[in-house]
Write a protein that binds this ligand. Structure first.
Ligand SMILES: Cc1cc2nc3c(=O)[nH]c(=O)nc-3n(C[C@H](O)[C@H](O)[C@H](O)COP(=O)(O)O)c2cc1C
Length: 321
């Protein structure tokens, strides 16, 4: 007679190691808006509302994308431990719960992406004027699709210029808001030893007015245009098939699959969320890419030297009893 057994849940050591992977995910302004709990039947991931950016992220979309990226890492960490997870959407403060699935060895892709978790970082430096390997975008689109998302590359020069205008417009609108700039300054810590926010090294140089893609100004020093970025940046827009808060979470899962795949391909990445944070530019961007649903993030890929890694709070700060 066949018997079915419920797989054992994770022990605290495996859980803590996987949370260590999760917290290395990207998050808006390095705000790390997540919490984790190991219960009798699995793991819960909560959004930490106290860490949502009140001005830049009133609806919590950016916090949810960040949490989705953390959940992707968490799931990878559990998979490489040999005890993978089944993911379910939560309710109330619980965004997702993870239940143990049948034990199995990690796949080669899981092992490779897991290895990239501490190597991936946001690059606000100068990208080299070297064309991206044509296979790269296909692999990145497949990574997005693997998590049920779309990743549309902006291949047309006129469309790229329009996208750049949308980013510039959104950035200017955001900077005109005193609450937004005060919040940005509070998270642009300048101090590289801080465990949250963006220090001086990670901030990179201040955006130059002549740059095509307006980077968010985290208060870095000005830079000479001689070391500026590639002539034809490779840019894509990420989205999912839906617009509600769970869809932002799904976008975060896809984002992290794309970012880790890019790191695996030796590609540097940068993110531009200004046009998503402003409803009017988000709608214009949606129309420009011809999608029914909201775009969730603008991404840039290319070749660039490693810049700087940001710090994280210790895992003990993000684990609930
Ligand atoms: C939803 C989201 C939006 C982001 N938006 C921007 C952005 O507009 N500009 C930027 O330079 N970085 C952006 N980032 C990158 C974060 O600032 C970065 O992930 C964080 O500082 C941690 O650094 P790391 O990615 O190097 O680990 C964003 C990240 C996420 C997850």
């Amino acid at each position: 007679m066949m018997t079915t057994t419920t797989p054992a849940t994770w022990n605290p050591a495996v859980f803590t190691a996987a949370v260590g992977d999760a917290v290395q995910a990207p998050s808006i302004h390095n705000s790390q808006p997540w919490r984790f709990r190991l219960g009798d039947d699995g793991i819960e991931v909560m959004l930490d509302e106290r860490r949502r950016l009140a001005a830049a992220d009133a609806d919590g979309r950016m916090a949810r994308i960040s949490c989705g990226a953390a959940v992707f890492n968490l799931r990878l960490g559990l998979a490489v431990s040999g005890l993978p997870a089944r993911l379910g959407l939560g309710s109330g403060p619980v965004l997702v719960h993870l239940r143990p699935a049948r034990p199995r060895p990690p796949t080669p892709t899981e092992a490779r992406l897991h290895w990239q978790i501490p190597r991936r970082h946001t690059n606000r430096g100068a990208f080299a004027d070297v064309p991206v390997d044509p296979c790269g975008p296909h692999q990145l689109m497949a990574a997005a699709r693997g998590e049920g998302a779309w990743l549309d590359f902006v291949t047309d020069d006129a469309a790229l210029v329009s996208l750049a205008e949308l980013i510039r417009d959104a950035d200017a609108r955001l900077r005109a808001d005193a609450a937004y700039t005060a919040e940005l300054r509070a998270w642009s810590t300048g101090a590289d030893h801080r465990v949250e926010g963006i220090g001086a090294l990670a901030a990179g140089a201040a955006p130059h007015p002549a740059e095509l893609l307006t980077r968010r100004d985290f208060g870095g020093p000005g830079r000479a245009m001689t070391c500026d970025v590639a002539r034809r940046p490779v840019v894509a827009v990420l989205g999912v098939l839906g617009d509600d808060s769970d869809d932002a979470l799904r976008a975060g899962l896809a984002l992290q699959n794309v970012l880790l795949t890019a790191a695996d391909l030796g590609l540097a990445t940068a993110m531009y969320s200004q046009p998503i944070e402003v409803p009017a530019t988000r709608e214009r961007l949606r129309a420009a890419v011809g999608r029914i649903h909201d775009p969730q993030l603008v991404l840039r890929f290319g070749y660039a030297p490693t810049t700087c890694y940001t710090n994280r709070r210790p895992v003990t700060d993000v684990i609930d009893p």
